[in-house]
Design a protein around this ligand. Structure first.
Ligand code: PHE
Length: 468
């Protein structure tokens, strides 16, 4: 049931750059360092690595296999197992749709900060100009005109790339953007680890420290690491299924399912190395929470003197690249489901116009969401809130990353027939070397972990204190 109506990756490298680009996002460059900071450093890292092997690898394998086998977007992919499983596909469809609104807003924040650091470099009035980073950030996110503007620009850039198609837009862009991101990250790391006092930050990341495991600490760090692993690898939300559907039958899925999580993890650790040593060198708090990226790091750059704005620009620009290569994946995952619908109704329709129509429809929704979340100003602008959350970003995040994604992935792990995956992985003379490992992890460890992640997320969002 191969269906390449919507496009296909032109090369292995192209697929890898797109898939790694979808995985490497704000989750790695922002979430990973701050969650590591709040969960004891090395202890978190160790659990994270174990989870990537036991859960990340197997779910990536399953999703890629399901996508390629069906050749469809996430809803029809699940229906291809059995009609009654379409609802899991819809779970995985709603999540990226909700995430896109705030993800594009955060991508817009990165653009603003990259530009402001450039302003500082040229001594322009639109720079940060030595303002207190906390006050500067609060001034920006409550400024509705500016946040809406940057969000809209970010959405338009995302749409422009996705409109270009699988190989002509997404692959073409990520093939250049991902290597650029890597080089920029290396430059920032070199600066960070050579700052006086940086060693403490490196020790924080790699020196064994089990104190956080005391009491209910172990479960709580496990749930935090699981949640992070899962969203960082773009699982349970249709992206990996969709990207798998554009793969050639000759591609070795198993090999790719190892490379993508591995690259994502290496970049998350590199992000930690770019951030933690600099934070420690400046005597700031590694557990600074979400403020780490826009407040703590901006303080670090300002303290660096003349070269500070260059590194500031590089860091925010690379986070921007990471964000946009993920937002195009989110948009593609949502749009491909609409494209499937259109092509089903009219199989002979012009592919280009089906893509344009679907992408524009989805982007109209995202524009509304993005504007709404920006106007909310992280809850500071007085909009009414629901579910006891402090801002609409958290509410959208709660429904998607908190509930629908772990639930969907748990279902998938349980219902995806092993025989399906086995068949798909052994096509064209490929071998499925880890079959027994896969069979065991997908049926036992992955569902268990997903339930734990679900509880952990609900615990965090509702501050229930289940895990202490
Ligand atoms: N994996 C990407 C990231 O870590 C995109 C993503 C964001 C996926 C949020 C799921 C949820 O940023």
């Amino acid at each position: 049931m191969e269906n390449h109506n919507k496009g296909q990756w032109s090369s292995s490298f192209g697929f890898l750059m797109a898939a790694i680009g979808s995985a490497v996002g704000l989750g790695n460059l922002w979430g990973f360092p701050y969650k590591m900071g709040m969960n004891g450093g090395f202890a978190f890292l160790l659990l994270y690595l174990i989870l990537v092997v036991l859960v990340g690898f197997v779910i990536t394998t399953g999703e890629l296999a399901l996508g390629r086998r069906s050749g469809k977007g996430v809803v029809d992919a699940f229906k291809s197992i059995d009609k009654k499983y379409g609802f899991i596909g819809w779970f995985a469809w709603i999540s990226p749709l909700l995430i896109l609104g705030f993800y594009c807003m955060l991508g817009g924040y990165c653009m603003k900060y990259a530009i402001a650091n450039l302003g500082d470099l040229f001594g322009a009035s639109w720079g940060v100009n030595g303002a207190d980073s906390g006050e500067y950030f609060a001034g920006f996110y409550t400024d509705q005109f500016q946040t809406v503007l940057f969000t809209v620009i970010f959405i338009l850039l995302t749409v422009l790339i996705v409109k270009g198609g699988v190989s002509g837009g997404i692959e073409k862009f990520t093939k250049v953007a991902m290597p650029a991101l890597f080089v920029m990250l290396v430059i920032v790391i070199i600066r960070s680890v050579t700052l006086p006092g940086a060693a403490e930050g490196i020790a924080f990341m790699f020196k064994p420290n089990w104190e956080v495991f005391q009491g209910s600490g172990f479960i709580s760090v496990l749930a935090a690491a699981g949640g992070q692993m899962f969203s960082s690898l773009s699982l349970g939300m249709g992206i990996t299924v969709t990207y798998g559907s554009y793969m050639k039958k000759t591609e070795d899925i198993e090999r790719n399912a190892i490379i993508v999580p591995l690259a994502d993890t290496i970049i998350a650790i590199m992000a930690g190395l770019a951030v933690m040593p600099a934070v420690f060198a400046s005597g700031l708090d590694p557990a600074g929470g979400p403020g780490l990226l826009f407040v703590t790091l901006q303080t670090v750059f300002q303290a660096m003197g003349g070269f500070g704005p260059i590194f500031g620009f590089l860091l925010y620009a690379l986070v921007f690249i990471a964000a946009i290569t993920s937002s195009i994946a989110l948009l593609e995952a949502v749009s491909s489901v609409i494209m499937d619908r259109e092509l089903e109704k009219n199989p002979n329709a012009d592919k280009k116009s089906v893509r344009n129509k679907s992408v524009f429809l989805v982007s109209a929704i995202i524009l509304l969401e993005g504007i709404f979340v920006s106007v909310d100003g992280l809850g500071a602008n007085g909009l009414p809130q629901i579910f006891g959350q402090g801002c609409w970003l958290d509410t959208f995040d709660l429904i998607s990353e908190g509930i629908l994604m772990p639930l969907g992935a748990c279902y998938m792990a349980i219902i995806l027939p092993n025989a399906f995956v086995d068949e798909e992985l052994t096509l064209e003379g490929n071998r499925f070397r880890t079959r027994r490992f896969y069979d065991f992890c997908i049926k036992f460890i992955a569902p268990l972990m997903m339930v734990l992640v679900l509880l952990g997320q609900i615990d965090t969002f509702f501050k229930l204190g289940i895990f202490g």
